[in-house]
Design a protein around this ligand. Structure first.
Ligand code: IPM
Ligand code: MG
Length: 351
Protein backbone atom coordinates (compact mmCIF):
# COMPACT_ATOMS: atom_id res chain seq x y z
CA UNK A 1 0.00 0.00 0.00
CA UNK A 2 1.27 3.48 -0.86
CA UNK A 3 0.15 6.44 1.29
CA UNK A 4 1.09 10.09 1.55
CA UNK A 5 1.32 11.41 5.09
CA UNK A 6 1.48 15.12 5.93
CA UNK A 7 3.73 15.59 8.96
CA UNK A 8 3.19 18.74 11.03
CA UNK A 9 5.54 18.51 14.04
CA UNK A 10 4.69 22.02 15.29
CA UNK A 11 6.09 23.38 18.55
CA UNK A 12 7.51 22.30 21.88
CA UNK A 13 8.07 18.56 22.16
CA UNK A 14 5.96 18.05 19.02
CA UNK A 15 8.98 17.48 16.75
CA UNK A 16 10.66 15.10 19.23
CA UNK A 17 7.69 12.78 19.67
CA UNK A 18 6.65 12.97 16.02
CA UNK A 19 10.08 11.79 14.97
CA UNK A 20 9.59 8.59 16.99
CA UNK A 21 6.16 7.99 15.49
CA UNK A 22 7.68 8.29 12.02
CA UNK A 23 10.36 5.78 12.95
CA UNK A 24 7.56 3.39 13.90
CA UNK A 25 5.74 3.97 10.59
CA UNK A 26 8.97 3.33 8.67
CA UNK A 27 9.44 0.06 10.54
CA UNK A 28 5.86 -0.97 9.75
CA UNK A 29 6.40 -0.08 6.08
CA UNK A 30 9.52 -2.22 5.95
CA UNK A 31 8.03 -5.17 7.77
CA UNK A 32 4.65 -5.28 6.04
CA UNK A 33 5.81 -4.07 2.66
CA UNK A 34 4.10 -0.69 2.41
CA UNK A 35 5.29 2.65 1.16
CA UNK A 36 4.67 5.72 3.30
CA UNK A 37 5.74 9.05 1.86
CA UNK A 38 6.25 11.82 4.41
CA UNK A 39 6.07 15.54 3.66
CA UNK A 40 6.56 18.17 6.37
CA UNK A 41 4.53 21.32 6.88
CA UNK A 42 4.66 24.27 9.29
CA UNK A 43 2.10 25.03 11.97
CA UNK A 44 1.96 26.95 15.26
CA UNK A 45 4.60 29.27 16.69
CA UNK A 46 7.30 27.99 14.36
CA UNK A 47 5.05 28.85 11.41
CA UNK A 48 4.48 32.35 12.83
CA UNK A 49 8.24 32.83 13.17
CA UNK A 50 8.90 31.73 9.61
CA UNK A 51 5.83 32.93 7.69
CA UNK A 52 3.91 35.29 9.99
CA UNK A 53 0.87 33.02 10.04
CA UNK A 54 0.16 30.02 12.30
CA UNK A 55 -1.35 27.87 9.51
CA UNK A 56 0.19 28.81 6.15
CA UNK A 57 -1.70 28.08 2.90
CA UNK A 58 1.12 25.83 1.86
CA UNK A 59 0.46 23.62 4.90
CA UNK A 60 -3.23 23.57 4.06
CA UNK A 61 -2.52 22.49 0.49
CA UNK A 62 -0.18 19.77 1.73
CA UNK A 63 -2.89 18.44 4.07
CA UNK A 64 -5.50 18.44 1.30
CA UNK A 65 -3.45 16.27 -0.99
CA UNK A 66 -2.36 13.80 1.71
CA UNK A 67 -4.03 10.58 2.84
CA UNK A 68 -3.62 11.36 6.55
CA UNK A 69 -2.04 13.97 8.80
CA UNK A 70 0.33 13.36 11.69
CA UNK A 71 0.40 16.36 13.99
CA UNK A 72 2.63 17.10 17.01
CA UNK A 73 1.59 20.08 19.14
CA UNK A 74 1.31 23.86 19.05
CA UNK A 75 2.03 26.44 21.70
CA UNK A 76 4.83 28.63 22.99
CA UNK A 77 4.91 30.32 26.41
CA UNK A 78 5.95 33.63 24.87
CA UNK A 79 2.37 33.99 23.59
CA UNK A 80 0.63 32.72 26.74
CA UNK A 81 1.87 35.62 28.79
CA UNK A 82 0.84 38.22 26.26
CA UNK A 83 -2.96 38.70 26.29
CA UNK A 84 -2.58 41.39 23.62
CA UNK A 85 -0.96 39.06 21.09
CA UNK A 86 -3.03 39.20 17.89
CA UNK A 87 -1.53 36.11 16.30
CA UNK A 88 -1.26 32.96 18.42
CA UNK A 89 0.01 29.44 17.70
CA UNK A 90 -3.31 27.89 18.83
CA UNK A 91 -5.10 29.79 16.05
CA UNK A 92 -3.18 27.59 13.61
CA UNK A 93 -4.70 24.45 15.10
CA UNK A 94 -8.20 25.93 15.22
CA UNK A 95 -7.95 27.19 11.65
CA UNK A 96 -6.73 23.80 10.48
CA UNK A 97 -9.65 22.05 12.22
CA UNK A 98 -12.07 24.51 10.68
CA UNK A 99 -10.73 24.60 7.12
CA UNK A 100 -10.19 20.86 6.91
CA UNK A 101 -13.59 20.27 8.53
CA UNK A 102 -12.25 18.03 11.30
CA UNK A 103 -15.53 17.96 13.15
CA UNK A 104 -15.04 15.00 15.48
CA UNK A 105 -12.26 14.36 17.94
CA UNK A 106 -11.82 10.84 19.27
CA UNK A 107 -9.82 10.27 22.44
CA UNK A 108 -9.63 6.71 23.78
CA UNK A 109 -8.99 6.39 27.52
CA UNK A 110 -7.51 2.99 28.15
CA UNK A 111 -5.46 1.69 31.04
CA UNK A 112 -2.28 -0.26 30.41
CA UNK A 113 -1.93 -2.74 33.27
CA UNK A 114 1.72 -1.77 33.76
CA UNK A 115 0.67 1.77 34.64
CA UNK A 116 -2.04 0.98 37.15
CA UNK A 117 0.17 1.94 40.08
CA UNK A 118 1.21 5.14 38.37
CA UNK A 119 -2.33 6.52 38.42
CA UNK A 120 -3.37 8.97 41.13
CA UNK A 121 -6.57 6.89 41.42
CA UNK A 122 -6.83 3.60 43.34
CA UNK A 123 -6.09 0.50 41.23
CA UNK A 124 -9.47 -1.13 41.94
CA UNK A 125 -11.24 1.91 40.51
CA UNK A 126 -9.24 2.21 37.32
CA UNK A 127 -8.50 -1.44 36.51
CA UNK A 128 -10.09 -2.31 33.13
CA UNK A 129 -11.23 1.24 32.41
CA UNK A 130 -11.80 1.53 28.68
CA UNK A 131 -13.85 4.35 27.27
CA UNK A 132 -13.68 6.81 24.46
CA UNK A 133 -14.43 10.50 24.11
CA UNK A 134 -16.24 11.73 21.06
CA UNK A 135 -15.83 15.49 21.17
CA UNK A 136 -17.39 17.93 18.70
CA UNK A 137 -14.45 19.90 17.34
CA UNK A 138 -15.42 22.66 14.92
CA UNK A 139 -18.27 24.54 16.57
CA UNK A 140 -19.60 25.73 19.92
CA UNK A 141 -17.97 28.42 22.00
CA UNK A 142 -14.59 27.88 20.34
CA UNK A 143 -15.89 29.10 16.99
CA UNK A 144 -18.73 31.46 17.96
CA UNK A 145 -18.54 35.21 17.71
CA UNK A 146 -16.25 36.72 20.34
CA UNK A 147 -15.32 40.24 21.21
CA UNK A 148 -15.15 43.20 23.56
CA UNK A 149 -17.76 45.87 24.18
CA UNK A 150 -18.29 48.74 26.58
CA UNK A 151 -14.93 50.35 26.02
CA UNK A 152 -13.13 47.06 26.50
CA UNK A 153 -14.77 46.57 29.91
CA UNK A 154 -17.06 43.72 28.77
CA UNK A 155 -16.40 40.63 26.68
CA UNK A 156 -18.38 37.79 25.13
CA UNK A 157 -17.95 34.37 23.54
CA UNK A 158 -21.06 33.04 21.84
CA UNK A 159 -21.82 29.32 21.94
CA UNK A 160 -23.77 28.16 18.89
CA UNK A 161 -24.84 24.71 17.73
CA UNK A 162 -27.04 23.58 14.86
CA UNK A 163 -28.82 20.23 14.70
CA UNK A 164 -26.73 19.26 11.65
CA UNK A 165 -23.54 19.81 13.59
CA UNK A 166 -24.87 17.70 16.45
CA UNK A 167 -26.13 14.89 14.24
CA UNK A 168 -22.90 14.30 12.31
CA UNK A 169 -20.81 13.87 15.47
CA UNK A 170 -23.54 11.81 17.15
CA UNK A 171 -23.46 9.43 14.22
CA UNK A 172 -19.76 8.77 14.80
CA UNK A 173 -20.37 8.21 18.53
CA UNK A 174 -23.14 5.70 17.84
CA UNK A 175 -21.14 3.86 15.20
CA UNK A 176 -18.32 3.49 17.69
CA UNK A 177 -20.65 2.36 20.47
CA UNK A 178 -22.08 -0.34 18.19
CA UNK A 179 -18.61 -1.86 17.94
CA UNK A 180 -18.13 -1.56 21.72
CA UNK A 181 -20.58 -1.91 24.60
CA UNK A 182 -23.53 -0.13 22.95
CA UNK A 183 -23.62 2.65 25.49
CA UNK A 184 -23.41 6.39 24.83
CA UNK A 185 -23.29 8.98 27.61
CA UNK A 186 -24.21 12.45 26.41
CA UNK A 187 -22.50 15.01 28.64
CA UNK A 188 -24.11 18.45 28.72
CA UNK A 189 -25.39 21.23 30.94
CA UNK A 190 -29.03 21.01 29.87
CA UNK A 191 -30.22 22.37 33.22
CA UNK A 192 -28.72 25.74 32.27
CA UNK A 193 -27.70 26.03 28.61
CA UNK A 194 -29.97 26.26 25.58
CA UNK A 195 -27.32 24.69 23.33
CA UNK A 196 -27.25 21.70 25.69
CA UNK A 197 -31.03 21.39 25.46
CA UNK A 198 -30.77 21.25 21.68
CA UNK A 199 -28.06 18.58 22.00
CA UNK A 200 -30.30 16.49 24.25
CA UNK A 201 -33.30 16.81 21.99
CA UNK A 202 -31.30 16.00 18.87
CA UNK A 203 -29.34 13.09 20.30
CA UNK A 204 -32.46 11.60 21.92
CA UNK A 205 -34.27 11.74 18.56
CA UNK A 206 -31.28 10.18 16.87
CA UNK A 207 -31.37 7.23 19.30
CA UNK A 208 -34.66 6.13 17.73
CA UNK A 209 -32.66 4.98 14.70
CA UNK A 210 -30.43 2.88 16.94
CA UNK A 211 -32.68 0.87 19.25
CA UNK A 212 -29.73 -1.21 20.49
CA UNK A 213 -27.87 1.76 21.89
CA UNK A 214 -28.42 2.71 25.50
CA UNK A 215 -28.33 6.49 25.76
CA UNK A 216 -27.58 8.04 29.10
CA UNK A 217 -27.36 11.76 29.80
CA UNK A 218 -25.19 13.39 32.43
CA UNK A 219 -24.53 16.96 33.49
CA UNK A 220 -20.95 18.01 32.93
CA UNK A 221 -20.22 18.82 36.57
CA UNK A 222 -21.38 15.37 37.60
CA UNK A 223 -19.39 13.81 34.73
CA UNK A 224 -16.23 15.50 36.03
CA UNK A 225 -16.85 13.74 39.34
CA UNK A 226 -17.86 10.35 37.88
CA UNK A 227 -14.69 10.13 35.76
CA UNK A 228 -12.74 10.01 39.02
CA UNK A 229 -15.25 8.10 41.15
CA UNK A 230 -16.38 5.37 38.80
CA UNK A 231 -14.78 5.61 35.35
CA UNK A 232 -15.69 1.99 34.51
CA UNK A 233 -19.31 3.02 33.93
CA UNK A 234 -18.42 4.76 30.65
CA UNK A 235 -18.23 3.32 27.15
CA UNK A 236 -18.60 6.26 24.73
CA UNK A 237 -18.83 9.82 26.06
CA UNK A 238 -20.35 12.19 23.53
CA UNK A 239 -19.99 15.90 24.21
CA UNK A 240 -19.58 19.39 22.82
CA UNK A 241 -16.32 21.15 22.10
CA UNK A 242 -15.30 22.82 25.36
CA UNK A 243 -16.67 20.18 27.75
CA UNK A 244 -14.75 17.60 25.71
CA UNK A 245 -11.57 19.63 25.93
CA UNK A 246 -11.73 19.86 29.70
CA UNK A 247 -12.97 16.37 30.52
CA UNK A 248 -10.54 14.59 28.22
CA UNK A 249 -7.58 16.20 29.97
CA UNK A 250 -9.05 15.15 33.29
CA UNK A 251 -9.59 11.59 32.11
CA UNK A 252 -6.11 11.32 30.63
CA UNK A 253 -4.55 11.67 34.07
CA UNK A 254 -6.28 8.59 35.48
CA UNK A 255 -4.43 6.45 32.94
CA UNK A 256 -1.15 7.24 34.68
CA UNK A 257 0.28 9.73 32.19
CA UNK A 258 -1.16 12.16 29.68
CA UNK A 259 1.89 11.30 27.58
CA UNK A 260 0.37 7.94 26.65
CA UNK A 261 -2.80 8.98 24.90
CA UNK A 262 -3.47 9.24 21.18
CA UNK A 263 -6.29 10.95 19.35
CA UNK A 264 -7.89 11.25 15.95
CA UNK A 265 -9.71 14.27 14.49
CA UNK A 266 -12.06 13.06 11.81
CA UNK A 267 -13.26 15.08 8.82
CA UNK A 268 -15.28 14.26 5.71
CA UNK A 269 -12.16 14.04 3.57
CA UNK A 270 -9.19 13.57 5.85
CA UNK A 271 -8.29 12.59 9.39
CA UNK A 272 -5.61 14.05 11.60
CA UNK A 273 -3.76 12.10 14.31
CA UNK A 274 -2.03 13.60 17.32
CA UNK A 275 -1.02 12.82 20.89
CA UNK A 276 -3.40 14.51 23.29
CA UNK A 277 -0.63 16.13 25.31
CA UNK A 278 0.38 19.62 24.28
CA UNK A 279 3.71 21.27 23.52
CA UNK A 280 5.10 20.68 27.08
CA UNK A 281 7.52 23.63 26.95
CA UNK A 282 9.49 22.58 30.04
CA UNK A 283 10.72 19.43 28.32
CA UNK A 284 11.69 20.94 24.97
CA UNK A 285 15.00 19.75 23.57
CA UNK A 286 15.66 17.43 26.54
CA UNK A 287 14.75 14.19 24.78
CA UNK A 288 12.60 13.18 27.78
CA UNK A 289 9.01 13.53 26.50
CA UNK A 290 6.95 10.36 26.21
CA UNK A 291 6.54 9.45 22.51
CA UNK A 292 3.85 6.80 23.17
CA UNK A 293 0.92 9.21 22.62
CA UNK A 294 2.25 9.96 19.15
CA UNK A 295 3.13 6.32 18.46
CA UNK A 296 -0.36 5.13 19.42
CA UNK A 297 -1.72 7.90 17.20
CA UNK A 298 -0.06 6.26 14.22
CA UNK A 299 -1.58 2.95 15.37
CA UNK A 300 -4.95 4.68 15.08
CA UNK A 301 -3.97 6.07 11.66
CA UNK A 302 -3.05 2.63 10.32
CA UNK A 303 -6.42 1.26 11.39
CA UNK A 304 -8.88 4.16 10.83
CA UNK A 305 -7.42 5.81 7.71
CA UNK A 306 -5.64 2.95 5.94
CA UNK A 307 -7.64 -0.07 7.15
CA UNK A 308 -4.39 -1.80 8.16
CA UNK A 309 -5.64 -3.63 11.26
CA UNK A 310 -2.79 -6.13 11.55
CA UNK A 311 -0.20 -3.36 11.31
CA UNK A 312 -2.07 -1.23 13.84
CA UNK A 313 -2.24 -4.14 16.26
CA UNK A 314 1.50 -4.74 15.79
CA UNK A 315 2.21 -1.20 17.00
CA UNK A 316 -0.16 -1.53 19.92
CA UNK A 317 1.33 -4.90 20.95
CA UNK A 318 4.87 -3.52 20.71
CA UNK A 319 3.94 -0.67 23.06
CA UNK A 320 2.39 -3.12 25.47
CA UNK A 321 5.46 -5.39 25.43
CA UNK A 322 7.75 -2.43 25.98
CA UNK A 323 5.74 -1.38 29.01
CA UNK A 324 5.58 -4.91 30.35
CA UNK A 325 9.38 -4.92 30.26
CA UNK A 326 9.28 -1.85 32.50
CA UNK A 327 10.72 0.32 29.73
CA UNK A 328 9.45 3.89 29.62
CA UNK A 329 10.24 7.57 29.88
CA UNK A 330 10.49 9.26 33.26
CA UNK A 331 6.79 10.10 33.48
CA UNK A 332 5.97 6.38 33.65
CA UNK A 333 8.96 4.54 35.16
CA UNK A 334 10.91 5.50 38.27
CA UNK A 335 13.95 3.30 37.74
CA UNK A 336 16.31 3.87 34.78
CA UNK A 337 13.97 5.87 32.57
CA UNK A 338 14.70 5.90 28.85
CA UNK A 339 14.97 8.98 26.69
CA UNK A 340 12.36 9.78 24.04
CA UNK A 341 14.44 8.28 21.26
CA UNK A 342 15.50 5.24 23.30
CA UNK A 343 11.88 4.46 24.05
CA UNK A 344 11.06 4.81 20.34
CA UNK A 345 13.88 2.37 19.54
CA UNK A 346 12.66 -0.08 22.19
CA UNK A 347 9.16 -0.08 20.71
CA UNK A 348 10.51 -0.58 17.19
CA UNK A 349 12.46 -3.59 18.42
CA UNK A 350 9.24 -5.25 19.50
CA UNK A 351 7.52 -4.73 16.13
C1 IPM B 1 -6.73 20.28 22.61
C2 IPM B 1 -6.05 21.58 22.95
C3 IPM B 1 -6.60 22.67 22.03
C4 IPM B 1 -8.08 22.80 22.31
C5 IPM B 1 -5.89 24.03 22.17
C6 IPM B 1 -4.41 23.92 21.96
C7 IPM B 1 -6.49 25.07 21.27
O1 IPM B 1 -6.21 21.89 24.29
O2 IPM B 1 -6.57 19.81 21.47
O3 IPM B 1 -7.41 19.73 23.47
O4 IPM B 1 -8.49 23.47 23.25
O5 IPM B 1 -8.86 22.18 21.59
MG1 MG C 1 -7.19 20.38 25.41
Amino acid sequence: MKKHIAVLPGDGVGPEVTMEAIKVLKKIAEKFNHQFIFKEGLIGAIAIDKTNTPYPDETHRLCLKSDAILFGAVGNPKYDNDPQAKIRPEQGLLKMRETLGLYTNIRPIKIFSFLINQSPIKPKIIKDVDFIFVRELTSGIYFGKKGRTNNNQSSFDICNYSTDEIVRVTKIAFDLAKKRKNKVTLVDKANVLETSRLWRETVTNFTKKFPDIILETMFVDNAAMQIIKNPKQFDVILTENMFGDILSDEASVITGSIGMLPSASIGEEITLYEPIHGSYPKAVGKNTANPIGSILSVAMMLDYSFGLKKESQAVYNAVEKTLNNALGTKDIVDKNPLSTSELGDAIINFI
